[in-house]
Write a protein that binds this ligand. Structure first.
Ligand SMILES: [Zn+2]
Length: 306
């Protein structure tokens, strides 16, 4: 039973979450350290592969921290720290479809996501000789910093009470609560998210050739069991640019935007195909990106379908 009624929560020891000598704190801290020490070097989560470079002379640091901590990194913690708890660590309510467990940062050391993100960025800047930092390096440091402090698995009710009450340091940020977006949805996959394979081509004909040679025979249309024809030929707009529509937005896309994975979740595709520009003010920097899942993933899903 979730700790939703106040009678139930009175006996719960919320103080122990912020007490470095409590069993709960020690256990949760050991667990998070174990993940950082043993899994960070070999992890295959996508965030640790992104090569996007931020030039910090041209980038507003506050905007970048906000963007990373509210968009990009909000699922990173969940993907990396694959805890297997079946009940809330405080009230012991069982994990069910209606009672999701959340990864909760211990606030004793001010280890909220935006703060860790800002510290990670700062460290990457300090280590950079040219004031440029890479997304994947920030992500790596962001995860590493989680080893400093426990991550608890709490039900929504406990999480809410913990966040709301004075057990915590006051928050020095707004709008980035960890609540809900790190919750485990009921169908959490056991697999790590595999990075997609990005192939870049000078012309769309080259991309189509690659499709025909490498993908055509394994990408199957699930509705009729036939192979898919592959990418359609795109035409330039009246300004001479190639546009693409991603999540209802049609525009000229930069390579950085595509690299950031904006197309993910747009459709459950086996491949994506986009024109994009290294510099959107320069038509000659056009590239054609054919992005696909790991072939073994495609083949597995094809076998499942048959
Ligand atoms: Zn609970």
């Amino acid at each position: 039973m979730a700790a939703s009624e106040h009678e139930d929560v009175i006996h719960l020891d919320f103080q122990s979450l912020n007490n470095p000598n409590s069993d709960l704190y020690i256990r949760a801290h050991e667990r998070v350290k174990y993940f950082v020490e043993n899994k960070l070097q070999t992890s295959r989560i996508a965030e640790l592969k992104y090569d996007i470079v931020y030039d910090m002379e041209k980038t507003n640091e506050d905007d970048l921290v906000q963007q990373l901590s509210s968009n990009c990194f909000n699922t990173t913690v969940k993907k990396f720290f694959k805890f297997r708890n079946d009940k809330c660590e405080l009230c012991e309510s069982l994990r069910t479809i209606n009672n999701h467990l959340h990864r909760c940062h211990c606030n004793y050391n001010n280890c909220t996501r935006p703060i860790l993100c800002r510290r990670a960025l700062k460290k990457c800047k300090e280590e950079s000789s040219n004031n440029k930092v890479k997304f994947k390096d920030i992500a790596h440091e962001f995860i590493r910093l989680h080893g400093e402090s426990p991550l608890y698995m709490l039900c929504s009710s406990c999480h809410r009470i913990y966040d709301k009450n004075t057990f915590n340091e006051p928050k020095d940020y707004g709008g980035f609560s960890d609540e809900s977006d790190e919750s485990d949805e009921s169908n959490e996959s056991d697999d790590e998210v595999k990075p997609l394979i990005i192939n870049k081509f000078k012309t769309q004909q080259d991309a189509k050739k690659y499709y025909d040679e490498h993908l055509k025979n394994i990408i199957i249309n699930e509705s009729n069991g036939k192979t898919k024809r592959g990418p359609n030929t795109r035409k330039q707009n009246s300004d001479g640019y190639y546009t693409a529509q991603i999540k209802k937005q049609r525009k000229v896309w930069s390579c950085d935007e595509i690299q950031s994975g904006v197309y993910r979740g747009a459709a459950n595709n086996d491949y994506w195909f986009y024109p994009c520009y290294q510099d959107i003010s320069d038509k000659t920097t056009l590239q054609w990106w054919l992005i696909h899942k790991d072939k073994t993933d495609i083949i597995n899903s094809t076998i499942l379908f048959k």
